[in-house]
Design a protein around this ligand. Structure first.
Ligand code: C2E
Ligand code: MG
Ligand code: MG
Ligand code: MG
Length: 276
């Protein structure tokens, strides 16, 4: 069955994350077929409040469960979706699946804040804000439980319209996060014009902070900057306890990374507990 096939894939993907997708180069038609035929599935990676040790939420990460090639990671198809215009449909599907999962958890008293990645093209029209507004209304979801993540580099592509759209998201109560911070080239003046509620330090700095003074300095500065601008700060890519301890001593708010847990299917997330 599909469930069983997925379980098998999850097992092997835990040993070797990128397995399954090695020599598959999808075309636009492949991806379109996948979206329309429900081959996209969502994984969830826990985020921990470093001060309380409680689960703060989860980041939603899309995967393509291909009947022949197995579990395909987003690095193989997000850029394709962006280049071919399929990103609108893809994001619509991701948001729909994430909201359905959120409804399920809410009904079981496991309401979980979900962080959803969106692309620059998703904020060039009002379609996505409108879809989200209707979904949260229909399913009675608190919009502050939904965080929209946009990478710092995506910001530069579409500055004028996006400012207006971001403001609409915030006015409706959604949270906004700036992802991969430190790798784009957005100016600080732009950063404070857009009503971000959260800053995610790029994982390259986090992964290197233990052995590299420069990375450690960047991480420390990002944490101070975020706090001065009244944003919460997330460190992603935490792979060991030493890095957790460093971040914790630097007053970082939220932690995410393999040290805590890898991204996992919803049923696994249900049973997962943080042993920190
Ligand atoms: P991202 O949003 O920066 O997500 C973090 C990535 O880092 C994820 O890769 C996650 O699995 C990985 N990661 C988490 N903890 C660690 C760690 O401790 N060490 C290392 N080495 N990696 C870690 P993933 O799932 O392959 O996603 C890659 C990128 O694809 C994401 O980067 C995001 O930009 C994009 N993406 C994923 N899902 C979606 C989606 O639904 N829509 C859009 N537009 N983009 C998506
Ligand atoms: Mg992200
Ligand atoms: Mg990131
Ligand atoms: Mg990234």
């Amino acid at each position: 069955s599909a469930k069983q096939a997925q379980r098998e894939l999850v097992k092997c993907s835990n040993d070797k994350e990128k397995q399954g997708s090695f020599d598959f180069i999808p075309t636009k038609q492949d991806l379109q077929y996948a979206i329309e035929n429900k081959q996209l599935i969502l994984y969830y990676q826990p985020q921990i409040n470093m001060k309380t040790g409680c689960v703060h939420g989860a980041e939603v990460l899309v995967r393509w469960l291909h009947p022949e090639f197995g579990l395909i990671f987003p690095d193989k198809f997000i850029a394709l979706a962006e280049q071919t215009g399929l990103i609108e449909q893809l994001s619509e599907e991701v948001i729909h699946l994430a909201i359905m999962q959120s409804v399920y958890w809410q009904k079981r008293n496991k309401a979980t804040r979900l962080s959803i990645n969106i692309s620059a093209q998703n904020i060039t029209s009002l379609k996505l804000p409108e879809q989200l507004r209707m979904l949260v209304k229909e399913y009675e979801i608190d919009p502050s439980m939904i965080v929209l993540e946009l990478t710092e580099s995506a910001l530069m592509d579409s500055e004028v319209t996006s400012l207006d759209i971001f403001t609409r998201f915030r006015l409706k109560g959604f949270q906004l996060s700036i992802d991969d911070f430190g790798t784009g080239y957005s100016s600080l003046s732009q950063l404070h014009k857009i009503p971000f509620t959260e800053l995610k330090i790029d994982q390259s700095f986090v992964t290197n902070m233990k052995q590299e003074k420069e990375s450690a300095a960047i991480v420390e500065t990002c944490i101070m900057l975020a706090h001065k601008l009244n944003m919460e700060v997330v460190a992603e890519g935490i792979e060991d306890k030493a890095t957790w301890d460093l971040l914790s001593s630097e007053d970082c708010d939220i932690a995410q990374g393999y040290y805590i847990a890898r991204p996992m299917p919803a049923e696994q997330f249900d049973k997962w507990q943080f042993k920190g």
